[in-house]
Write a protein that binds this ligand. Sequence first.
Ligand SMILES: NC(=O)c1ccc[n+]([C@@H]2O[C@H](COP(=O)([O-])OP(=O)(O)OC[C@H]3O[C@@H](n4cnc5c(N)ncnc54)[C@H](OP(=O)(O)O)[C@@H]3O)[C@@H](O)[C@H]2O)c1
Length: 159
Amino acid sequence: MKTAIVVARSLNGVIGNGSKIPWKVKGEQSLFKHITMGGTLVMGRKTFESIGLPLPGRKTIIVSRNKKYSHAGCKVCPSIKAALRLGDEIKKPIFIAGGGEIYRLTLPIVETVHITTVQTEVTGEVYFPDFPTPDFELAEEREYESNVNYLYQRYEKQS
Ligand SMILES: NC(=O)c1ccc[n+]([C@@H]2O[C@H](COP(=O)([O-])OP(=O)(O)OC[C@H]3O[C@@H](n4cnc5c(N)ncnc54)[C@H](OP(=O)(O)O)[C@@H]3O)[C@@H](O)[C@H]2O)c1
């Protein structure tokens, strides 16, 4: 299946502070919902726990090395490879939903990156890798005005 990253970062590349996303930007979460609705979300165990429940209208695959880990309404896979294989079987677009560890491991293999840059600098210790890399090309761009303005961009891997 087509596999895409969906991420929001600050101007200084931060995506998380502890278990939290360190900003509150009106509208930014509805963009995430709009992009991912109907698809399969693949996320790290820590990100899942920061959300706490499977998001409606989407399948959730949690990646964890803990064989005993489970949560109602979610599938758990022991590796990214296994998660993507299961995602293929589900036959819905696959969205990699974080966090830092999972983005770092999947950036080299996704075809699409939906990246929102929140126009502020914040403190945090979880970062998205340097992006865009030369193998990605900008395909779409929209600016949004909000309590903190944000820029949505879609990048596609060049074939
Ligand atoms: N701004 C955004 O768009 C965005 C989106 C999502 C998350 N976030 C933020 O990102 C932060 C969380 O990111 P994180 O890097 O700390 O954690 P994470 O990537 O969400 O989860 C890490 C966990 O995933 C599992 N894992 C990682 N690599 C694995 C592999 N190769 N095979 C099997 N399991 C693997 C492990 O779970 P076990 O320990 O259970 O084995 C690991 O502890 C939070 O601050 C969150 O708010 C931001």
